[in-house]
Ligand binder design. Sequence first.
Ligand code: ATP
Ligand code: RIB
Length: 309
Amino acid sequence: MSIIVFGSINLDLVARTAHIPAPGETIVGQHFATLPGGKGANQAVAAARLGLPTELVGRVGSDQFGELLLQSLSLSGVGCAGVTVDSTTHSGVALIAVDDASENSIIVVPGANGQVGASDLQRLYSLLPQAKVLLLQLELPLSVVIAAAKAAKQIGVTVIFDPAPARPDLPSELYPLIDIITPNQIEAGQLAGFEVNSLATAQQAAAVLHQQGVGTVIIKLGQQGAVCLNQGESFEIPAFPVKAVDTVAAGDCFNGGLAAGLAAGMNLRAAMRQAAAAAALSVTRAGAQPSLPTRAELDRFLASFDLQI
Ligand code: ATP
Ligand code: RIB
């Protein structure tokens, strides 16, 4: 296999509403759906749909949600031999509200994802030597994420780390284990210690994270695209112009597309362009995993875009 994802698997309970409710407010929604999600699973599906052999290591609960999530992963071509069914708790769930401006707010209840531990790490360690890229996020316990990054670093597997959901307290020992860190603007602001709200502040935050020991910093800026600081060189990859309807999992799609590009031998700029194109397509569709494009869809999108230039 080319790509391993060690990460979360959630069932997303998604409500469309005119606006995100304020504290204490009850509002009537317009639409509801249960859809497969979870940052780890989404990144695995994004890479697999682009044709890269991809394995996921993680846990679901022994409930109907877990069965549904495993089915959906397999249908997308993700190898699930490393996913355990945990009989002690429920599958991870995410309660998601998406409003008329395509903004979202999410509550994640980890369930089985929170139980990922030593036995899951052993399964990861046995698969890791066959991989080129390891994708990590922050929906598993931090201690196992650090252990996974250490193991990958030791054997030269490229570590792409998505510090999401945001937390400001990452230990300094983690940074030198990461080859590429990919925060969005909120996460970048929390890690750098100042607000990131423009290309200029993103570049400053990238410099701070680079100083902590990360080789390559990519800051995802939604419809403003992404900025990258790589070995002292800074560049931008603009977002593709599309009409967004739902941005849930845009960041996951970007990371899966980036990993797929690098594992296929693309250089960093080309892999980022592929990632941005896949993510742009994903925001034109509803849901997390249902929104992630296949290789054929991505190729058509890129071809149509090239024709317009
Ligand atoms: P998520 O909503 O999954 O948490 P995120 O906040 O991690 O996403 P974003 O910065 O919103 O990540 O988006 C990731 C990438 O997706 C961007 O760098 C950009 O390339 C693409 N993207 C996001 N929103 C849009 C948009 N409205 N139009 C075009 N591309 C977009
Ligand atoms: O990044 C999007 C994902 O975050 C959703 O699928 C949800 O499960 C939460 O984990």
